[in-house]
Design a protein around this ligand. Structure first.
Ligand code: ADP
Ligand code: MG
Length: 607
């Protein structure tokens, strides 16, 4: 009876060695030619006349040195080694890839797979430059760009690290091994191993002190490797990945082949369950699928906006921009969504050569894809829940929920989100005002605490962004005069029409001054400084000036914190916020409502 096959149990069957821990399997060999180079240099130094200016003679670098420099350029960082090795494992059809990292990859990178393996008689060949099994003839050259370093990964890595490899091509349990130092084969052997390949890379960049200096600390190298593996895991849900960093499991996927499961394994259940699937969009012969976060979930960086083109993690700025644009009115500035997007296009429609490390691609139908992506995201967000429900907890601080903002941007730019069904109203019964800052209310879902300023701000903002805002302009008793710098005056001059549609009638009045005769009807008549500050925003070059203007108007005219409210006023405000398309975040992106549901109370009081 044969024992169950485990590609990662590697019995040390080397006759010459005691069973030893894997990382000590092959002793470090003396770097023979390295010391030659050293003594050559020493000899040159000794021969130089003592007083002569120290201008070294020009000479051709010995090939080993040239090789190392070139390799140092392709193998930039530990993460690039991991990438090449994992690519090789996947190219070999592996369904199980295990990665162990020590010291940020500088001490050890070990990648073990259960793929095809390398035949014993080709093991050395694999480490020769331009040696590859992946290109058959000239016809393949067109597609070559999709491959790693074109037969250069293994030799490049071996030039800048100590490399050992063990590979088996069948179920015999025997694997051929090879040990290289400074790119040269030091030993050949055999050991026990099920089908597949393991590559050990130790003391990376040791021969390149300059490169070592530029490598960041092990912790950030490990973090990069972690991100890389998460991208691989998402691109290949059918492959089982395991990443261990300094002995601690960092990522483990089951290779279930299911995206939802993999998302949970990569992002955790909580995040994964809040991701919303995009409707599939077809663009020419390409298509876009994926999942995105609701606006309640955001991140301070773009690290979790992941894009895969034909299952390769890449960056495509146009698509990233389309994604961000769809979220802009929903997300506080500086925050980014979580998104995992898959673009599938015929291979001919991708140009991966625009970026040396192939991290960025140019897509043939990029503009169309970007537009389709934007549409798909907006459609998805338009359907997502917009207000607290009974299921959501608003534990103070910790899980403040943020929901989508304005349904409509401004009259001009048309409908932002198409709503399939009318948004149900959140009925709140006013209970009282606390410290003149928040309103307590009772609703079907339990207790609600409403920030009076933000709630009012949201109500005003929505009114301003609806068509009605534009048509309710009020003439000012006395026009406001606006003095601008010449540059700002030019910008504002071009926006008079747009301002008119928002309810501002504004005309040029001499050089760089403007007369403002009307303003949108605002509940608490905006003071004159508030008005001119807001219009200053409109003279700003930035593209999002409209939004900033409306947000400022809403903020400046909303009920302040500290203002006592009459019960009728409070009731009216609760009624308005309950009918707003977005109840939960103010236009700045801060929470408006905290919700304590029955379950929350039960937990807190231990009922
Ligand atoms: P490339 O991947 O561009 O062909 P590499 O230097 O990365 O170049 O690898 C050289 C060759 O070694 C590959 O073409 C492949 O035949 C073989 N090889 C490398 N790693 C593995 C692996 N994990 N499993 C099977 N074969 C491998
Ligand atoms: Mg390769």
């Amino acid at each position: 009876m044969t024992p169950p096959r485990d590609p990662h149990r590697e019995d040390s069957q080397q006759s010459e060695a005691e069973p030893a821990p894997e990382h000590e399997l092959l002793p470090h060999a003396a770097l023979a030619h390295e010391s030659d180079v050293q003594s050559e240099a020493d000899a040159a130094r000794r021969a130089a006349p003592i007083l002569a200016p120290a201008r070294p003679a020009i000479r051709v670098l010995p090939p080993e040195i040239a090789e190392r420099i070139a390799a140092g350029e392709v193998v930039e960082r530990p993460v690039s080694v991991v990438k090449e090795l994992v690519d090789n494992a996947l190219d070999a059809g592996a369904s199980d890839v295990r990665i162990d990292i020590e010291g940020g990859g500088l001490r050890l990178i070990r990648v073990a797979d259960d793929g095809d393996g390398i035949p014993a008689d080709q093991l050395e060949l694999a480490f020769q430059r331009h040696a590859t099994s992946k290109i058959d003839g000239a016809a393949d050259l067109l597609e070559i760009a999709t491959l790693g370093f074109r037969g250069e990964a293994l030799p490049s890595i071996a030039a800048v690290a100590e490399v050992d490899v063990a590979s088996s091509v069948d179920e015999s349990g025997r694997a051929a091994t090879l040990g290289l130092r400074a790119g040269r084969v030091q030993r050949r052997g055999a050991r026990g191993r099920p089908r597949g390949t393991t590559v050990w890379v130790r003391n990376l960049f040791q021969p390149l002190p300059a490169r070592l200096k530029f490598t960041r600390n092990p912790r950030s190298e490990s973090a990069q490797i972690g991100l890389l593996l998460r991208r691989y895991a998402l691109a290949r849900p059918e492959v089982k990945f395991s990443l261990v960093l300094d002995g601690h499991p960092s990522l483990r996927t089951t290779g279930s082949g299911r995206l939802d499961q993999t998302l949970a394994e990569v992002f955790g259940r909580d995040v994964a369950s809040s991701l919303l699937p995009l409707p599939e969009r077809q663009v020419g012969a390409g298509r876009i699928t994926g999942v995105v976060s609701g606006p309640g979930l955001s991140r301070p960086s773009r690290q979790q906006c992941l894009l895969f083109v034909n299952r390769r993690a890449v960056q495509a700025p146009a698509l990233q921009q389309a994604l961000e644009a769809a979220y802009r009115p929903l997300m506080p500035p500086g925050r980014h969504p979580v998104a995992v997007l898959f673009v599938e296009v015929p291979p001919g429609a991708v140009d991966v050569n625009v970026h040396p490390s192939k991290a960025e691609v140019k897509l043939l139908w990029e503009a169309d894809l970007a537009e389709a992506l934007g549409d798909a995201v907006k459609a998805t967000l338009g359907r997502s829940p917009r207000r607290p429900t009974d299921e959501e907890d608003f534990a103070l601080g910790a899980t403040q929920y943020k929901l989508p903002a304005a349904t409509r941007r401004i009259a001009e730019s048309g409908t932002l989100f198409e709503l399939d069904e009318p948004v149900p109203r959140l009925a709140l019964r006013y209970v009282g005002q606390i410290q003149n800052v928040v309103l307590l209310a009772e609703g079907k879902g339990g207790l609600y605490v409403v920030d009076q300023h933000r709630a009012h701000e949201r109500v005003i903002y929505e009114k301003l962004t609806s068509e009605q805002g534009a048509s309710s302009a009020q003439y000012l008793l006395e026009p406001v005069v606006l003095e601008l710098t010449p540059a700002r005056a030019d910008v504002l001059g071009e926006r008079l029409g747009a301002l008119e549609s928002l309810g501002f009638s504004c005309e040029r009045f001499g050089g760089h001054s403007f007369l403002v005769r009307s303003a949108p009807d605002l509940p608490d008549a905006l003071d004159r400084t508030g008005l001119s500050d807001a219009l200053e925003d409109a003279s700003d070059e930035s593209d999002d000036w409209r939004e900033r203007l409306l947000i400022r108007l809403a903020c400046r005219s909303a009920i302040r914190r500290g203002k006592p409210l009459m019960p009728v006023e409070a009731t009216a405000l609760l009624d308005q916020i309950g009918r707003a398309s977005v109840t939960s975040i103010c236009p700045h992106g801060a929470p408006i409502v905290l919700h304590f549901n029955r379950r929350f109370l039960e937990r807190q009081f231990s009922w």
